[in-house]
Design a protein around this ligand. Structure first.
Ligand code: MG
Length: 178
């Protein structure tokens, strides 16, 4: 019985991948500070009108593109003002990769993830379970409430559990047997 339960838990496929933004997609800690006009210095670097700069981490764009190609639903869950998040994502040409963006002026990632799962299940007219979601965030502190309120979401702490973006594919191949 225990072996069967174990297999059931670990044969769950990942179907949706949700990213944090600040310090996960890029090196800036709070893009809500950014003031327009925003200026693209190169395809991975953005500067605001006061000289604040953000750099996308290596391989972010390539990874999002490849995940999209492989058919994953991509989400963003960020503690930022929505208008700022959208403007920064648009300037970096990242909007196209995300199916769902939830940006809120509070840090409760379990609420954002819950909203994302509900929206996927409403919009896409399919049933996705928390255990089919992979969540990446540089703050491990969010994971406790996610597991408490949503259940078995697979959470990875960026730069600890994985140290570069390409490792997402190793995780997926391990979990999804890709
Ligand atoms: Mg963060």
């Amino acid at each position: 019985m225990l072996i069967i339960l174990f297999l059931l838990v670990y044969t769950e496929m990942i179907r949706a991948i949700v990213f944090d933004a600040d310090k996960t997609l890029w090196d800036h800690h709070n893009i809500s500070e950014f003031e327009e006009p925003l200026r693209l210095i190169d395809s991975n670097t953005l500067e605001d009108s006061k000289g604040r700069v953000l750099h996308l981490f290596p391989d972010v764009k390539e990874t999002l593109k490849e995940l999209k190609n492989r058919g994953y639903i991509l989400g963003l869950a960020t503690w930022n003002f929505e208008d700022k998040a959208i403007k920064v994502l648009a300037a970096l040409d990242l909007l196209q990769y995300f199916d769902i963006i939830v940006a809120k002026p509070y840090p409760y990632k379990f609420l954002m993830l819950s909203q994302i799962i509900v929206e996927i299940n409403t919009k896409a007219n399919q049933k996705i379970k928390p255990s089919e979601v992979l969540f990446l965030d540089d703050r491990r502190g969010h994971f406790g409430n996610i597991w408490l309120y949503l259940g078995n979401v697979k959470c990875l702490e960026m730069w600890k559990d994985i140290s570069k973006y390409s490792e997402i594919f190793s995780v997926l191949s391990h979990v999804n047997n890709e």
